[in-house]
Design a protein around this ligand. Structure first.
Ligand SMILES: N[C@@H](CCC(=O)N[C@@H](CS)C(=O)NCC(=O)O)C(=O)O
Length: 229
């Protein structure tokens, strides 16, 4: 049995998609990020970075195995179930490239853009322009990658599952995917998968309230080192 520490956000969806696609037995533990559940001492033993997603696999041969960071979790799960990793051995290097690309590029840029679009005090034009431009740049990188192919690798894999969630909500950032037709059809192809639909509906009612913002939530929106000491 796998405990899956989740909140209905793009980073949570990545692993929710993989668990739904693979059918692996799991128990979803909902964390409230606005209440600061991610900062609890118990959760920080699982993820010292105090963010979702994280998992604890209780079926490890030598006792429970905890894994944090979405890319590491997806690789762990793909290896465990023998599916959705690199479709051919030769693609292993490319799988790693696209997983690292997501967690080092698309994820951080989209995350900051989301913060400035949704939660920052008004008047942050420089930050908005900077992160929107960087986010669009990552969409353009995917657009080029999808030339002549339906998925990031030769078949549907964790490389798609990790990149899909931040593209799924492009409209929330005022980004029109019409300018990126291959990304738009890739998004539609993935979105129609039953497992993906189930994952993005999971605990939908627990999504951040539209009224949460940097001024009224000092836990989530005013990060500082003192939270973790
Ligand atoms: N690089 C991490 C990013 C995880 C992340 O940023 N998670 C957000 C939710 S989308 C979170 O837990 N935020 C809580 C916080 O910042 O306190 C991954 O890919 O797993």
């Amino acid at each position: 049995m796998i405990d899956f520490y989740f909140s209905p956000t793009p980073n949570g969806w990545k692993v929710a998609i993989m668990l739904a696609e693979s059918g692996m037995d799991h128990n979803t533990v909902l964390l409230s990020l606005t209440q600061g559940d991610q900062l609890s001492p118990q959760f920080r033993k699982i993820n010292p970075n105090a963010k979702i997603p994280a998992i604890v696999d209780h079926s490890g041969r030598n006792g429970p195995v905890s894994v944090f960071e979405s890319g590491a979790i997806l690789l762990y799960l793909a290896e465990k179930c023998g599916r959705f990793g690199a479709p051919t051995g030769a693609e292993q290097k490319e799988l790693l490239e696209w997983l690292f690309w997501q967690v080092g590029n698309q994820g951080p840029m989209a995350g900051q853009l989301s913060h400035f679009v949704n939660y920052a005090p008004p008047g942050q034009d420089y930050a908005l322009k900077r992160y929107k431009g960087e986010y669009e740049r990552t969409v353009a990188v995917l657009e080029a990658r999808l030339s002549g192919r339906d998925y990031v690798l030769s078949d549907y894999s964790i490389a798609d599952m990790i990149s899909f969630p931040w593209v799924f909500i492009a409209k929330n950032f005022g980004v029109d995917l019409q300018a990126f037709p291959r990304v738009a059809s890739w998004r539609a192809r993935i979105k129609e998968r039953p497992a993906v639909r189930a994952a993005i509906s999971l605990y939908k009612e627990a999504q951040f309230s539209k009224t949460a913002n940097a001024e009224n939530n000092s836990i989530l929106f005013n990060q500082s080192g003192t939270h973790l000491i």
